[in-house]
Ligand binder design. Structure first.
Ligand SMILES: Cc1cc2nc3c(=O)[nH]c(=O)nc-3n(C[C@H](O)[C@H](O)[C@H](O)COP(=O)(O)O)c2cc1C
Length: 233
């Protein structure tokens, strides 16, 4: 009888991973309760096992304690209100077309529906969008940057790291919000945290404990069927 390698994942491992992957969601309302430092450190040490091209590990995080994050929130809200224009380190998408536009629109509609915001209520939509700069009330923020000289594949590597961070946090019961919105103000964010031009800001990840009673956290996104995202040949 053929033996499976000792390191092969058991059915139980796959079930656990599938459950964690499907339970995780983007949190958009937090409780005012900090995450213990030991938990933050554990999330990072799990996430850093992510693969990267040539193992260059181009990622770096600046992580705010509750006090630091509170100060940053105030400064960011003031900056974003005064300077709404895009100042990103990586080019922002100019438009979404076809299936990508549809998926984006559906996700937005479902979020606004959960929050009781009418499709045409531009004011409330804008105010919900601005919640990004309040970090949705999260007690912590991580600023994710990549080595500037490594080009787009370093951003791919960081994407893997970010996904692992979100999953490791969820496994600890910690909710997360990956936030490209903050990269709109990359120059300001880097200067606030003393991050030099040798790094490019990819996004932020706000995190903490989810407010389970908030309507924004009652909504879940869907995924395209397998046939739409793969072709087995
Ligand atoms: C790189 C990245 C940037 C994102 N930026 C934002 C953001 O600025 N604001 C926000 O509310 N959600 C943001 N999201 C969350 C996505 O909207 C969310 O992942 C997507 O709708 C799928 O939903 P789920 O995370 O709940 O499964 C971002 C996600 C990623 C991976």
């Amino acid at each position: 009888m053929q033996q499976s390698p000792a390191s092969a994942p058991s059915g139980c491992d796959v079930d656990t991973l599938a459950r964690l992957m499907s339970e995780r969601y983007t949190c958009r309302a937090y409780l005012d309760q900090p995450v213990p430092e030991s938990v933050i450190r554990s999330i990072v040490s799990v996430a850093k096992q992510s693969a990267s091209w040539c193992n260059v590990q181009p990622w770096h995080l600046v992580i705010g304690t509750a006090e630091t994050t509170e100060r940053f929130r105030g400064a960011l809200v003031a900056h974003a209100a005064a300077s709404p224009e895009v100042d990103s380190d990586l080019p922002f998408p100019e438009e979404y077309r076809g299936v990508h536009a549809q998926r984006r629109q559906e996700t937005g509609h479902r979020l606004y529906e959960a929050l009781g915001i009418e499709r045409h209520d531009r004011e409330r939509r804008a105010s919900q969008g601005f919640e990004n700069f309040r970090l949705f009330g999260a007690p912590h923020v991580a600023i994710v940057t990549m080595a500037a000289d490594l080009g787009p594949y370093a951003a791919v590597d960081c994407g893997g790291f970010i996904a692992s961070f979100l999953l490791a946090a969820h496994a600890h019961g910690v909710a997360t919000t990956p936030q490209g919105a903050l990269a709109r103000h990359a120059g300001f964010v880097r200067s606030h945290f003393g991050i030099g031009d040798d790094r490019k800001m990819i996004c932020a990840i706000s995190f903490g404990y989810a407010d389970p009673a908030h309507a924004a956290n009652g909504f879940r996104t869907t995924r395209a069927p397998d046939e739409e995202i793969m072709r087995l040949v």
